[in-house]
Design a protein around this ligand. Structure first.
Ligand code: SF4
Length: 270
């Protein structure tokens, strides 16, 4: 039996639409990234690299001098989050801290993998931090339900001596608008949430293996309910025959969605 390395991205996609998971990871159908997204991803990568340099106590000026927006966001962030970003601030209480810290957990027949942007482990608590380069979401509940939050907390408890109530996760939204300080969202954790995550993980992964079994016999993964509304913005809408009734494919290609439809020219990775 193949052992899978499942990350929060895999779990999120499986929860959103198993068929999309199949197209993306099993069939390896990929679409080109838009120039805007490409730029956003590059900026995010650069910010993560910067924070890793900072955490290692290495000079960051070279990175900052190349990008004024990066410099502004970094400077603002350091100012507002000095309590977590100041190195050796409370050395007597600290057990360890590390940027880009990865952990792997055996979960039944698979592996669950996480990468923390920053982890701070102290005697009585451990904190996970994550840097986000998109605006702070209005709906806190969605982020709480996201597999990143759930998996990151779950794996930390399962791979350490900390009780659920001793760990937390904080997202920092570092790309703040001009003259506005970066904002954060803090998520504590409980034993009850931990148990629920275990149950939901078990169900999701069992279902995944069930679907995989059928897929290997020629049956595609299930599609999400149309009523959920995800198909409208999905790059696989034509492949899934889920183009909205009121638009023909030709109309879609002619419309302002041209770029998105263009992305359906999926590239199959050999
Ligand atoms: S079009 Fe809908 S059913 Fe098909 S992969 Fe996308 S979200 Fe899933």
């Amino acid at each position: 039996m193949t052992r899978f390395r499942l990350s929060q991205q895999h779990l999120n996609l499986l929860s959103l639409c198993p068929r999309k998971f199949q197209y993306t990871y099993l069939d390896q159908l990929v679409s080109p990234v838009s120039p805007d997204d490409e730029e956003r991803i590059a900026w995010g990568n650069q910010f993560h690299l910067l924070m890793q340099q900072h955490e290692l106590g290495l000079p960051v000026e070279v990175l900052l001098n190349e990008d004024t927006e990066l410099k502004r966001c970094y400077t603002e962030f350091i100012k507002v989050a000095s309590d977590i970003l100041t190195l050796n601030a409370d050395a007597s209480n600290s057990i360890f801290r590390q940027a880009e810290h990865d952990r792997i957990l055996n979960f039944k027949d698979d592996l669950l993998v996480v990468v923390y942007d920053l982890i701070k482990a102290e005697k009585q608590q451990a904190q996970i931090f994550d840097w986000k380069t998109y605006p702070r979401p209005q709906n806190r509940h969605l982020l709480e339900q996201n597999w990143q939050t759930r998996l990151y907390l779950y794996v930390l408890v399962e791979t350490s001596q900390y009780l659920p109530e001793q760990v937390s996760m904080t997202y920092w939204f570092v790309k703040s608008p001009q003259k506005q300080p970066p904002q954060s969202l803090y998520f504590p954790y409980t034993q009850q949430q931990h148990q629920k995550t275990y149950e939901d993980l078990t169900q999701l992964i069992d279902q995944f293996h069930h679907d995989l079994n059928l897929y290997q016999q020629g049956q595609p993964f299930p599609q999400v309910d149309l009523e959920q509304g995800y198909c409208k913005s999905c790059q696989f809408a034509i492949r899934c025959q889920r183009v909205p009734d009121e638009l023909s494919v030709n109309e879609l290609i002619d419309s302002e969605n041209l770029y998105n439809i263009d992305q359906i020219q999926e590239v199959k990775i050999p």
